[in-house]
Design a protein. Structure first.
Length: 241
């Protein structure tokens, strides 16, 4: 199948980072599809959030509506079968003896992006967009730039293709990610991300903070909250708004 240069497949979880990446792709490409994964995550509420974001995005941004194509959700219960992590089982979020947090799911992004490459190949899509980052992140090795570059080489060799893995957030802080969202979609996009995306590892949608919903204590909430505070300080010239 001929792969179109102006097409993209966004790995879209329903979180802040992937929602920003979706806007980034819609701003740059003529055709954009989305792909999500149900892997037994304890914060499965993100799956309903991703549907909500996709539905609300179209009327808010009519210039992107005609570009936004089909969404696919794949089931991957294999991660629960492989062993316990704090993202797939009800276990404590902590640092492990390996030096990695217990929320690290070994192989998760490697599998996600390999399947995304297979989907892109079949759909005639050239670019795969993912929200991985090694600036403000939880220390996951499968989010690093070196990993993404190596994986791009591997999937292209294995599929005899010329796919591109785009990582627009790789060198951005969380504050810069908020600023990127603002530059792409203005306050409407900021409000959409605040109200309807989900980041919390605990799956909590009970408390509404300035930065969105979450438990406020897990590493994902802490990163999102700190980024929001820094973004607000930057936006107000160093004075907290």
């Amino acid at each position: 199948m001929k792969h179109t240069e102006k097409s993209a497949l966004v790995v879209f979880s329903g979180g802040q980072d992937s929602a920003t990446c979706l806007a980034w792709a819609l701003d740059r490409f003529d055709r954009v599809e989305t792909l999500g994964f149900d892997y037994g995550q304890r914060h499965a509420v993100e799956l309903s959030c991703r549907t909500e974001v996709l539905q609300r995005l179209r009327p808010l941004f009519p210039q992107w509506d005609t570009k936004l194509g089909p969404d696919t959700l794949l089931s991957l219960d294999v991660f629960q079968q492989l062993g316990e992590t704090a993202l797939t089982h009800d276990v404590e979020i902590s640092m492990t003896a390996t030096g990695l947090p217990s929320t690290f799911v070994p192989g998760r992004n490697l599998i996600f992006l390999t399947l995304a490459a297979a989907q892109a190949y079949r759909r005639g899509i050239r670019h795969i967009v993912t929200g991985v980052c090694e600036t403000d992140f939880s220390g996951y090795p499968d989010c690093r730039d070196d990993t993404m570059k190596a994986l791009q080489v591997a999937v292209n060799l294995g599929m005899q293709a010329r796919l591109v893995i785009d990582t627009p957030l790789m060198w951005r802080t969380k504050a810069e990610t908020w600023a990127l969202a603002r530059s792409l979609g203005g306050q409407d996009l900021i409000e959409l991300i605040l109200e309807h995306t989900h980041t919390c590892y605990q799956g909590s949608r009970g408390a509404r903070h300035d930065w969105g919903y979450g438990c406020g204590a897990c590493p994902a909430c802490e990163l999102r909250a700190a980024g929001w505070e820094q973004y607000r300080e930057n936006a107000s010239g160093g004075q907290r708004a």
